[in-house]
Design a protein around this ligand. Structure first.
Ligand SMILES: NC(=O)C1=CN([C@@H]2O[C@H](COP(=O)(O)OP(=O)(O)OC[C@H]3O[C@@H](n4cnc5c(N)ncnc54)[C@H](OP(=O)(O)O)[C@@H]3O)[C@@H](O)[C@H]2O)[C@@H](O)CC1
Ligand SMILES: Nc1ncnc2c1ncn2[C@@H]1O[C@H](COP(=O)(O)OP(=O)(O)O)[C@@H](O)[C@H]1O
Ligand SMILES: [K+]
Length: 494
């Protein structure tokens, strides 16, 4: 499934369903999905592994308590530890709470968790879901810290790992605030953007969507772009083709000291299938001894014969660089703006105006700090809402905006967004972004629309990182120069 739903949409779907079916039905289904997932995990774990559910004050806690009840009916040793000893205020959770107590069920206090952790339980996190309104504190925060020190305990988060914002993927209260680290998140009704980008990637684990019987694909707010969608965009190379069929990319960048950045972009362009690749560098021609087919162009030369421009990698911020950017923005060619091209735009309102009025396809590929400069905020603010800021950047510039980093986000000026479901921390090394800029330019040169080029390019790049990590499990040591060959593999039709 690829549809992503914001909390407000989930709430609307939930209300619609409750109006139709009455309260309690969705919680029944949600708890069944959690119990099923927990039973599957428990069967893999040593016999008699206890299951301990952390029960919060809202309906997330209701899901957890009802799941415990269902697991006990199936014979599993499941137990509940509640954040509060008083009945929940949320109606559905309160009904579950009363039924549980009426049947003589016991609920322990959350401060009993340390004794349970000695028995390596399977933990169900039902502290908070989409109703989390502020940072975890008190006993809930303490429980999360204890679990962090017990990584050997498998954890299943109910709906959202407690502490994670379901819309943004940021930790509520900031990067150092407490949040559950789950092995699996069973998320209700539909998938959530906040499970797939930024900090959430270290908290959600695998994501299992429990649709609860609601049909709602048309209500989606965004898209999770993975292999299935990527494969649909791939076209086989025509047999009757020649190098002119696949477009010519001009890479503008590679000033003295950072020539490699432009050469990496050029390698990326070639790896993604460009017919011809040219490099124009401000301080004289640059060469890639391993890639003799790359051609050079004078820095001031025009754009004749070029189908897409990739500008900014190692470009520097000289007056000459600014002039080249002005010429590229003025051209009617598809354009990728990366690195110093983005910094130049951030510093110069005239260039920013030119970008905003550009009609030809334009893709911006900022990392969070570059995005921050363009939007006049801090990179911490960008990371606190990567999707919101990608949308703001697309709206401000009229371009396709790709905010890179774990769970890259692509946004369009019309308000659509995609999260790229591919990537690896192996890519966190200098020069990998240059390769990506070249890859996207090559797809543009092959006449792919900007949104498709950005999504497919970023997906292939992320998948290349994953491919590398498969044979290098530590994820350390990838050199950007190795990446293009892996991008080519990722772009192979299934
Ligand atoms: N209704 C249904 O049928 C279905 C519901 N579903 C389930 O319901 C979940 C949503 O339930 P929910 O709206 O009750 O919110 P939830 O996340 O449990 O927390 C809200 C409570 O926490 C409190 N609170 C918040 N932050 C806090 C903090 N930092 N520290 C302390 N307290 C804090 C807040 O109190 P307040 O902010 O008012 O003080 C309130 O009491 C959803 O994620 C899914 O699991 C689905 O299964 C589908 C079917
Ligand atoms: N932890 C990570 N997880 C996934 N992708 C990452 C991670 N860190 C970096 N990347 C990817 O690596 C690339 C780095 O680009 P960038 O920061 O522009 O580097 P450079 O300018 O050195 O080329 C981006 O595509 C980014 O998405
Ligand atoms: K939870």
């Amino acid at each position: 499934m690829s549809a992503l739903f914001r909390t407000a949409t989930i709430r609307a779907l939930e209300r619609e369903c409750i109006d139709r079916l009455g309260g309690g039905v969705l919680m029944e289904r949600a708890a069944e999905a959690v119990a099923e997932a927990a039973a599957r995990s428990a069967r893999r774990l040593p016999r008699a592994t206890p299951i301990v559910a952390l029960v919060g004050p809202g309906n997330n806690g209701g899901d957890a308590l009802l799941a415990v009840s269902k697991l006990r009916e199936r014979g599993f040793p499941a137990h509940a530890l509640a954040l509060s000893g008083t009945e929940p205020s949320a109606a559905d959770a309160r009904a579950v709470w009363h039924r549980w107590h009426a049947r003589g069920g016991a609920v322990g206090a959350l401060d009993g968790l340390p004794a349970w952790l000695e028995r390596r339980p399977l933990v169900l996190d039902g502290l908070f879901g989409i109703g989390l309104g502020r940072a975890l504190e008190g006993a809930a925060a303490q429980a999360v810290r204890l679990l962090d020190q017990a990584p050997q305990c498998e954890t299943i988060a109910i709906d959202v790992p407690s502490g994670v914002d379901a819309d943004t993927g940021a930790i509520v209260g900031g990067p150092d605030a407490p949040a559950i680290r789950a092995d699996l998140t069973v998320t209700m009704i539909g998938d959530k953007p906040g499970l797939h980008t930024g900090a959430a990637l270290d908290h959600a684990g695998a994501v299992l969507v429990a649709g609860l019987g609601l049909a709602h694909e048309t209500a989606a707010d965004g898209e999770l772009f993975g292999r299935a969608l990527a494969m649909k965009l791939l076209r086989p190379r025509a047999r009757d083709s020649h190098k002119g069929s696949f477009g010519s990319v001009l890479v503008v960048g590679g000033a003295a000291g950072t020539a490699g950045a432009a050469l990496l972009a050029a390698r990326g362009a070639q790896a993604a299938g460009a017919g011809k690749v040219f490099v124009a560098a401000p301080d004289g021609p640059v060469f890639d001894p391993g890639q003799p087919q790359l051609m050079t162009r004078g820095f001031e030369a025009g754009h004749e014969g070029i189908d897409a421009i990739c500008i900014g990698c190692g470009l520097g911020r000289s007056a000459k660089a600014g002039d080249a950017l002005e010429r590229a923005l003025r051209s009617a060619l598809p354009l990728v703006l990366d690195a110093d091209a983005l910094n130049l735009v951030a510093d110069d309102p005239a260039l920013a105006r030119q970008l905003a009025t550009r009609a030809a396809p334009t893709v911006l590929t900022p990392h969070p700090l570059e995005a921050a400069r363009l939007l006049g905020v801090s990179s911490r603010e960008i990371q606190s809402d990567r999707i919101g800021h990608a949308l703001a950047l697309a709206a401000q510039t009229g371009a396709t905006a790709l905010i890179k980093g774990a769970g890259s986000v692509m946004a369009l000026p019309d308000g659509c967004f995609s999260i790229l479901a591919a990537g690896s921390p192996a890519l966190a090394t200098a020069g990998t972004g240059d390769v990506l800029a070249g890859v996207i330019a090559a797809l543009l040169a092959q006449r792919m629309p900007a949104a498709d080029a950005a999504r497919l390019g970023a997906w292939a790049h992320g998948s290349a990182g994953e491919l590398w990590q498969r044979s290098h499990p530590s994820g350390a040591g990838l050199s950007a120069a190795e990446l293009p060959a892996l991008v080519t593999s990722a772009l192979a039709p299934a």
